[in-house]
Design a protein around this ligand. Structure first.
Ligand code: PLP
Length: 368
């Protein structure tokens, strides 16, 4: 791997492929694979990753918003794209770019039908989401006959899939809750399929669902975090490989006397002689203030250097008193050996948050 000479997120596409093949090995060959590439593919940048994943053979993509789907189409993605949280105001664009909406309520179902009828399209593919316990987005169990009646009245749309989302697929203490979600999903889909008279794709599992609930894969699975190398468990983390390494360099080294302070509001006061390194990455890059004051640490020459004082917008200062290092030396914030999950834990958060927080001003570099 090349040494960093500025702040970069290095993205290992060979690791992405390994993760994809591992996850594929967990599902049957006739189960489809949907790659979740919302939020810049969890901070890795969508266009490059989606193109790579399309070439690997994924069947479907999902994004959160229409604008993200448009960007995928502009990057040349041909596979179907599910928009998980479409906004009514951009339905016209969603249709123009041949994106497929998740319709999760009576209002959004009717608004979408109206829009498709306006442009005189037929059998436009849509996805119906049911709430089975997450209580976030989704129709309820007793909406099935309303949906079926509404569908009978129009030729504008066709149900391409029915899905739901697990609330605690990574938490093995919540197995009975998850089993209840699975069984409620079965009841709903049986009911709706009987009413509409055809069989759409059924899907329920995210990454941890794929790994923990093989009996619930149905016709398709949806994976985000697993593709990027995190399995939400010690066991599964061993089978996956983080694709991103966040690196930076030392901009300057300071030697302080006892009693001197570091950073804004004198957030750190040294109680003995201290050597600090200033790094060109801060809260505007996604390293939030919660990592400051010795919560988070970075790795310099294989040693831990705690972040001291307050995180600044464009910089952090780390304690390198015990570390032999120089201006220009490479710094690892997270990577395969010191994972984003561990880094996130130091600030009481999860890999998903740190990955998707990395700002667009951090340069992305791809290793093939
Ligand atoms: C984000 C999201 C996923 C992906 O979940 P991972 O845990 O990253 O695999 C799957 N399904 C839905 C509905 C989502 O919103």
């Amino acid at each position: 791997m090349p040494k960093a000479n500025e702040t970069v997120l290095e993205i290992n596409l060979a690791a992405l492929k390994e993760n994809y093949l591992y996850l594929k090995s967990k599902i049957s060959s006739n189960t489809k694979f949907l790659a979740v590439v919302k939020a810049y593919a969890y901070g890795n940048n969508t266009d490059e990753l989606a193109t790579y994943l399309e070439n690997l053979g994924v069947d479907y993509f999902a994004v959160a918003y229409t604008s993200e789907g448009i960007s995928l189409r502009n990057a040349g993605i041909k596979k179907p794209i599910l928009v998980l949280h479409p906004q009514i105001v951009s339905f016209n664009l969603l249709i123009e770019y041949n994106l497929e909406p998740n319709l999760y309520s009576r209002k959004i179902l009717n608004e979408f039908i109206e829009q498709v009828e306006l442009v005189k399209k037929k059998d436009y593919p849509i996805h119906l989401k049911f709430n089975t316990g997450l209580n976030r987005l989704g129709f309820s169990l007793n909406d099935t006959s309303y949906i079926a009646k509404t569908l009978k009245k129009t030729k504008a749309i066709k149900v391409k899939s029915i899905f739901s989302h697990l609330a605690a697929s990574e938490d093995l203490n919540e197995q009975s809750f998850t089993q209840a979600q699975i069984s409620s999903f079965k009841t709903i889909t049986n009911d709706l399929i009987n009413l509409i008279g055809y069989q759409p794709i059924l899907h329920l599992c995210n990454t941890s669902g794929i790994l923990n609930y093989p009996e619930a894969h149905f016709n398709m699975v949806r994976s985000g975090i697993g593709l990027y190398g995190y399995g939400n468990s010690v066991r599964e983390n061993q089978n996956l490989k983080p694709i991103g390494t966040l690196k930076t360099i030392i901009s300057q080294i300071h030697t302080l006397r006892k009693g001197e302070s570091v950073g804004y509001n004198r957030g750190y006061i040294s109680n003995s002689a201290l050597k600090t390194a200033t790094l060109p990455i801060g809260h505007a890059d996604g390293i939030g203030r919660q990592y400051g004051n010795e919560k988070g640490y970075v790795i310099i020459n294989n040693q831990k250097a705690p972040i001291i004082g307050n995180v600044c917008m464009d910089m952090i200062m780390v304690n390198v008193t015990e570390i032999n290092c120089n201006e220009g030396d490479e710094v690892i914030i997270f990577g395969p050996n010191n994972t984003a999950e561990n880094f996130a834990k130091t600030a009481n958060t999860i890999s998903y948050e740190i990955l998707t927080s990395l700002s667009q001003r951090i340069k992305r570099v791809y290793l093939y």
